[in-house]
Design a protein around this ligand. Structure first.
Ligand code: AMP
Ligand code: MG
Length: 519
């Protein structure tokens, strides 16, 4: 009933047993659950019957009320560096894997977040509140739709059961889906507790399953080459992930090593945020007073986290300290290359130009966005209104007139864009816009079209104030605003005519929204 005929329940991770995974039952909530979101597309993709999941029995499984038939749910132990400080034991404190499904080569784990305490809950309640569960559900699907690697969300259920945070809130459970929930912190745990044999076993299992191209049959006798190749892969994947986050203004908020995926996925959505007005120093978590996880710092922290992972790997690759160092040293350049490539596409730059030339223009643009406090999403989206044909003519030696006519014409086109980000009443803004256009004309690609730009610059973003409105409505039982937001973010490049209000810049009140870690 649950699974489509082409999908199988498997126990590949569960079979590892202790000390990797511990059998933990979910703790049912007291009140009947309400299914708020079900991801039909994802259900189908992994081989689940969404018709069944909508029935009372299905909902009961998605909240942890009823165990998955023939599967003993599990939780795992890890540790990590939180805000730079080593914490020797963490773990799945409120996340329980309820099944593993294999459909051909596609392998997925299903995990309930908020389904009760585990041996790793550290005196916390094992629950999640509706507010943070909505935020996780929306962002997972938003990033996925933006083409950014992430864990995904299958369902969101809630009950009126009280959960005590700064105030009393409603309980909720998100069922999330991923090929793995392993984190840097898992490696750190087995390394720092001196369980090196176990660490090797876990990594062998992981690499064989997810990187069969890197795995070799003599891994047990000679694991070092495979481990180095794998670390290199992960370092590159993390560099790319950081560039992708930066390109859409996504701030994770809590980039502790226990929130960094071994598959280079975005994982553990807490006090994240998408930039509204471009602010390079933006932090989305108000308890991050040192700005450790600011927008600007994310790539640097990704690199720092890889250092923590590398030192955890040291006992396994002892003689190869230098090789690890070389891989780490490549990270900044890899990040820069990915970052430039993405921003060059976002602005329709001529890709054949020298790298320094692109870097310079991208940095200038970001600085300009910061100084003018422009809405990031709307700025990039509005570029599709510009016309890059005839660029050659304006650089002809004929003089300033042609150029200033071109700028006037482009400015006219730009103003017509529904996402025009500049304030026309502000002379210095108009001047900045004209200067930007002039510089853009020197580096833009004549082949760029508005249509192409609209496929890389999203319009439907999970802005904080929209989440806030969706949460407030959901808490009163009205799912309409959440449904609309989901429609906007799951097709982020399509401008839906009836969702115009969701594409506006954030209202002033949103600037003061504070998102806390407690969730
Ligand atoms: P985070 O920084 O939100 O990813 O959480 C850090 C650690 O605290 C993880 O090991 C979580 O499993 C655990 N944790 C957070 N909230 C709870 C909770 N309400 N109950 C149990 N464990 C929790
Ligand atoms: Mg976490």
């Amino acid at each position: 009933l649950l699974l489509n005929p082409d999908a199988l329940l498997v126990k590949e991770y569960a079979a590892l047993g202790q000390p990797f995974v511990y059998a933990v039952p979910c703790t049912p909530l007291k009140t009947e659950s309400r299914l708020i979101q079900l991801n039909d597309e994802l259900a189908k993709k992994i081989g689940l019957s969404s018709d069944y999941l909508r029935t009372n029995e299905g909902i009961s499984i998605l909240t942890g009320q009823t165990p998955w038939p023939d599967y003993n749910s599990i939780a795992s132990v890890y540790c990590g560096h939180q805000f730079g400080v080593f914490v020797p034991q963490l773990g799945d404190g409120r996340a329980i894997i309820i099944s593993e499904i294999r459909k051909g080569a596609d392998y997925k784990q299903l995990q309930l977040k908020g389904a009760g305490p585990t041996p790793f809950s550290r005196r916390a309640d094992g629950r999640a509140v509706l507010r943070s569960s909505i935020r996780e559900y929306v962002a997972s699907e938003a990033l996925h739709a933006l083409g950014i690697p992430t864990t995904r969300a299958l369902s969101l259920t809630s009950t009126p059961d009280p959960v005590f945070r700064e105030t009393t809130e409603m309980a909720a459970v998100v069922c999330r889906v991923s090929e793995t929930f392993l984190r840097f912190g898992h490696v750190e745990y087995f390394s720092h507790t001196n369980h090196h044999q176990e660490l090797l076993e876990l990594l062998g299992w992981h690499i064989e399953r997810h990187h069969s191209d890197l795995y070799s049959d003599n891994f047990e006798e000679n694991p070092v080459p495979t481990l180095l190749d794998w670390f290199k892969w992960l370092s590159q994947a993390t560099a790319k992930l950081m560039a992708q986050w930066q390109s859409v203004g996504f701030c994770h908020g809590v980039m502790n090593t226990d929130n960094m995926s071994l598959m280079g996925l975005t994982i553990d959505y807490g006090p994240y945020g998408f930039l509204d007005k471009f602010d390079i120093d933006h932090i989305c978590n108000h308890s991050d007073t040192n700005r450790r996880y600011s927008y600007r710092n994310q790539p640097r922290i990704g690199h720092w986290n890889l250092y923590a992972l590398a030192s955890a790997l040291m006992p396994l690759v002892q003689s190869e300290r230098e090789s690890l160092q070389l891989i780490l040293d490549e990270f900044p350049q890899q990040f820069q290359t990915e970052h430039n490539a993405l921003f060059a596409l976002k602005m329709g730059l001529d890709l054949s130009r020298p790298e320094e030339n692109k870097t310079e223009f991208i940095e200038y643009t970001l600085q300009m966005l910061h100084e003018n406090k422009l809405d990031m999403t709307r700025f990039f989206r509005s570029l599709s209104a510009l016309d890059s044909t005839n660029l050659a003519a304006i650089h002809a030696p004929s003089g300033d007139d042609t150029q200033s006519n071109w700028i006037n014409e482009q400015f006219g086109l730009w103003q017509k864009s529904s996402t025009f980000p500049w304030s026309l009443g502000d002379e210095s803004q108009v001047e900045s816009a004209r200067t930007w256009l002039k510089k853009w004309s020197a580096v833009a690609d004549q082949e760029t079209t508005g249509e192409k730009l609209n496929q890389i610059n999203p319009i439907g973003i999970a802005r904080n104030h929209l989440l806030q409105e969706a949460i407030a409505a959901c808490e009163k039982g009205d799912d309409q605003p959440l449904n609309r937001l989901m429609r906007a973010v799951s097709q982020p490049y399509t401008e839906h005519s009836d969702l115009g209000d969701l594409y506006q810049a954030a209202p002033d009140w949103a600037e003061h929204l504070e998102i806390s870690c407690s969730s």
